[in-house]
Design a protein around this ligand. Structure first.
Ligand SMILES: NC(=O)c1ccc[n+]([C@@H]2O[C@H](COP(=O)([O-])OP(=O)(O)OC[C@H]3O[C@@H](n4cnc5c(N)ncnc54)[C@H](OP(=O)(O)O)[C@@H]3O)[C@@H](O)[C@H]2O)c1
Length: 341
């Protein structure tokens, strides 16, 4: 199967690329503006990919021989990625780049999305515009199968600009034809994800950790490890019966942001953590000011608005729809020791 990944240098994109490569997909094409980052953490990504392959073997999606071959491939390191992955350097807002990337693909995974707007990069042109470009380019070259990585919490609520842009992008995918699948995860965690990096940065800022958590960090998340997400994406890619379906997914528990931060601090050996329960009105003013002063503020107004609602679905979502149990947070939280903020 020839698979194209739009956004293959990102956190999810890198791990999916490695998982497919270890699993033996010989033809993977990646569109990225940052080709140097696609193999940036190859050793770790291959380890995560092998974990996903073992899970696929456990549920019978791969045979024992295929899993054994995957172990051998993972052992060969970055060379495996270089043999199976073709990188196309380009911006996903550029028609020609996207068209070249999806040309000849049996399936396309669209894994580009931004939660922060920066100069020259808006929710409209990236989250919505790129989705439209991918759909149009696929239609132009006759590629039909699209796996879209959406978010839990996409909504038409005007006061949530990020979630709204994702809701609109999802609408484009649903109208694109019969052969789409939408995967909507809660928080996805791993050594290089943006939330863990920001959290660790805040926890390590001074002699005592001060966390300005919106509403006291009461918002519930349903974190899952990136390895389990790549299992879900692999199953969507290989099972045509999943066309026309949207899956809300998450890990096996609901955890508040405050409890997640506490668990991270414990792993990092930080004993004193002060949660500053920021009331919403103060946050609104604060994030607006920080956005003007800092290039990389700890939290933005769009992120704050998104945290008004819990980011959760049913606890058995993955088990029910994909036939395996994603790992609980406590089983992998140790990863945070390796996070470089
Ligand atoms: N991580 C999570 O917790 C989580 C949870 C739910 C859903 N998701 C969704 O999963 C998808 C991937 O998330 P992620 O965590 O992997 O994010 P990420 O690490 O920020 O990766 C996003 C990728 O998009 C690329 N990108 C952005 N603008 C681009 C453009 N104009 N042209 C080409 N590439 C562009 C980035 O490349 P550059 O490096 O070149 O900018 C990067 O490779 C997103 O849609 C996200 O919303 C993630």
């Amino acid at each position: 199967m020839r698979v194209t990944i739009i956004g293959g240098s990102g956190f999810v994109g890198q791990h999916l690329t490695a998982t497919l490569s270890v699993a033996g997909h010989a033809s993977i094409r990646v569109l990225s503006r940052s080709p140097g980052r696609v193999f940036a953490d190859a050793r770790r990504a291959l380890g995560v990919g092998l974990g996903a392959v073992e899970t696929l073997g456990g549920i019978g999606a791969l045979s024992a021989e295929e899993v054994a071959a995957a172990r051998e491939r993972a052992g060969r390191g970055e060379a495996v990625l270089r043999e199976s992955v073709e990188i196309i350097e380009g911006d996903a807002r550029d028609w020609n780049s996207v068209r070249a990337a999806v040309s000849g693909a049996d399936a396309v995974v669209h894994a580009v999305g931004i939660i922060r707007e920066t100069e020259g990069r808006s929710f409209r042109d990236t989250n919505i515009g790129i989705t439209q470009t991918v759909i149009d380019a696929m239609r132009d070259v006759g590629a039909a199968r699209l796996i879209y990585l959406g978010i839990l919490g996409a909504s038409d609520d005007e006061s949530m600009p990020y979630g709204r842009s994702r809701f609109q992008a999802e609408g484009l995918v649903r109208e694109s034809g019969p052969d789409w699948t939408i995967v909507k995860p809660s928080l996805v965690l791993g050594v290089s994800d943006a939330v863990s990096r920001r959290m660790v940065k805040l926890l390590r800022t001074g002699p005592v950790a001060v966390l300005p958590l919106p509403d006291g960090g009461r918002t519930l998340m349903q974190p899952m490890h990136v390895s389990d997400l790549t299992v879900v994406l692999s199953l969507c890619l290989t099972d045509a019966g999943r066309a026309g379906k949207a899956y809300e997914i998450g890990g096996p528990e609901h955890i508040s942001l405050r409890d997640m931060a506490r668990a991270f601090a414990d792993q990092l050996g930080i004993r004193r953590v002060y949660n500053v329960p920021m009331p919403r009105f103060a946050l609104n003013i604060g994030t607006a000011m920080l956005g003007r002063i800092l290039k990389d503020p700890p939290i933005t107004a769009a992120e704050t608005s998104q945290l008004r609602v819990d980011n959760i679905t049913t606890l058995d979502a993955v088990e029910r729809d994909f036939g395996f149990s994603p790992r609980p947070f406590a089983a992998y939280v140790e990863y945070v020791k390796d996070v470089v903020p």
